[in-house]
Ligand binder design. Structure first.
Ligand code: LIP
Length: 264
């Protein structure tokens, strides 16, 4: 089995695109029925559909067929321990609330790590028909064309993305942070998909993204794409990026944003 980041990146793109095809069929079915059926997970607002599950099954089956022995972690319950040193992170539909409501910010995210370090990842955004991807040391692309994070160096002019968890008290605390930041930046956007947010930073459509409480699968591909596009990623106090307290920002505003975040 290949260990080449370029070949792994191509496989990530293929798997993300195939997940997007399954999800898009579901989106059209929801439109045709003019209603959605969804289960819930961590709270009554944390929804999951048959399309999340079908897309994850498709990706997992492909990985197990093509790369037997690799580990696999998926949002909808997949958790295969591998013995090859490679592990895959699958978010079959990131932004499921947007997906069921027909809002545009939802995506299919596939990433692969080697010995715990992400080496390739892809985020496909079906409503935009845009494929973001990166490989370690290869830079990042949107539809095969190189992308870079913004050159923004004035925090007061930075467009900042964020998101909220599914527990009411956590959301109130997160909203209080937004209320504290909003007067010191250009504006705030809550797109609804961490993977999309991170890709927006990667191509300069956002200058900063931050969010507490993500899962590995939400951020695995998007953080690599943002970093390979020249953004700086970290946790809120500046340490190495982790989903629990994710920040990805244009290099010119990253340090200033961390100071603003800490000032509360
Ligand atoms: C979503 C994240 C998003 C967050 C949402 C939700 P999901 O993931 O991508 O950033 O703000 O609350 O957690 O649950 O739609 O896959």
């Amino acid at each position: 089995m290949t260990e080449d980041p370029t070949e792994l990146r191509i496989l990530c793109e293929s798997l993300a695109r195939s997940a997007g095809g399954i999800a898009s069929l579901g989106r059209r079915a929801i439109d045709d029925r003019n209603r959605f059926d969804a289960g819930t997970k961590s709270s009554t607002t944390d929804v999951v559909t048959e399309y999340d599950e079908a897309a994850e099954r498709h990706v997992v089956d492909a990985i197990r067929r093509l790369r037997p022995g690799d580990g696999i972690v998926g949002e909808e319950g997949t958790n295969h321990i591998g013995d090859t040193g490679f592990a895959w992170y699958i978010d079959p539909i990131d932004g499921t609330t947007n997906f069921v409501y027909g809002q545009p910010a939802w995506s299919c995210s596939v990433a692969v790590a080697r010995q715990g370090e992400m080496v390739a990842g892809a985020v496909y955004v079906p409503p935009l028909d845009e494929m973001f991807s990166a490989g370690t040391g290869q830079g990042a692309t949107r539809d095969g064309r190189s992308i870079t994070a913004s050159g923004q160096d004035d925090l007061a002019l930075a467009l900042v993305g964020t998101g909220f968890g599914y527990q009411p008290e956590q959301r109130r605390e997160q909203a209080a942070v937004v209320a504290r930041l909003i007067g010191d930046v250009r504006d705030i956007r809550r797109l609804g998909s961490a993977a999309v947010d991170l890709c927006m930073v990667a191509c300069g459509r956002l200058d900063v993204y931050y969010e507490r409480g993500l899962n590995s699968w939400d951020a695995a591909a998007g953080e690599l794409i943002a970093r390979e596009a020249g953004a700086v990623s970290s946790v809120f106090d500046g340490g190495p990026a982790r989903p629990v307290a994710m920040v990805a920002a244009a290099r010119g505003v990253h340090a200033a944003f961390l100071r603003l975040l800490a000032a509360g």
